[in-house]
Write a protein that binds this ligand. Structure first.
Ligand SMILES: [Zn+2]
Length: 247
């Protein structure tokens, strides 16, 4: 990946590298190695302190900013603020994401709004900090790649189910794909405000050996295929839960 954003270009220059993504993964692995752990979530407080992040606070961030976290310079170091309105696992990932921003601020300090390129690289780095690949692979070893395993990984690493799923597919050797479906309309339907939402694939993550390179974006799901059936059954479970609660 050749960098275009000046902050990312400078970051590569400072480290004498050309591939920004490979570089951020390497730096995050080196950071994890400073205090690696064999169990439970990564010690982000310790990893943050190595990067001069002295504190992480969970606070309400104004609605409409779409902001999950902020890196605030303070006394020659930083403070991180994560959005208290988001789920705890999301806040954990945001903390890691903000720690990764410090690598870019070190190379290119004064910036009002990081570019989408830098934001993407911070997500790549945050995945490495919260779910170090080597340890993640070890946890998957000898186990079948199932939703049950992803559920265990999400608990172990304190990340969302979807983040654990994406990481599992990234780490998997077998040909597999994780599909995320939701009731949705197409962009065009939304623009024209026509049509009812139906079950569609909204995102997916394929393993490296998954043979099909097509885009599945917005693909409608049949009720009687396995994804449609799981969705309907989940709906039944929720209805049952609601029924049980209303008793
Ligand atoms: Zn960011």
């Amino acid at each position: 990946m050749t960098a275009k954003d000046p902050a990312v270009v400078k970051f590569c220059e400072v480290h004498g590298e050309t591939d920004a993504e490979a570089l951020i993964v390497r730096l995050c692995r080196e950071l994890v190695d400073e205090c690696s752990t064999e169990q439970g979530p990564s010690p982000l407080n310790v990893l943050g302190s190595v990067r001069s992040v002295r504190d992480c606070r969970s606070e309400h961030i104004a609605i409409g900013t779409g902001c999950s976290g902020l890196l605030v310079p303070k006394n020659g170091g930083y403070e991180v603020v994560v959005n208290a309105d988001e789920p705890e696992e999301r806040q954990w990932f945001s903390f890691a994401h903000e720690i990764v921003h410090t690598f870019f601020r070190e190379a290119y300090p004064n910036i009002a709004q990081p570019s989408p390129e830098e934001e993407y690289l911070c997500d790549v780095g945050a995945a490495e900090l919260t779910m170090p690949l080597e340890r993640f692979r070890k946890e998957m070893e000898g186990q079948a790649l199932t939703l049950g395993l992803i559920d265990e990984l999400h608990e172990e690493f304190r990340v969302s189910f979807e983040a654990a799923g994406r990481r599992a597919l990234h780490a998997a050797d077998e040909a597999a794909c994780l599909f995320i479906a939701a009731l949705a309309r197409t962009k065009d339907q939304d623009l024209k405000n026509v049509g009812d939402p139906i079950l569609r694939l909204v995102s997916w993550k394929a393993s490296q050996t998954w043979p099909d390179e097509r885009s599945y974006k917005n693909m409608p799901i049949d009720d009687d295929c396995i994804i449609g059936e799981s969705f309907s059954n989940l709906d039944c479970i929720f209805r049952r839960l609601l029924y049980a609660r209303s008793d």
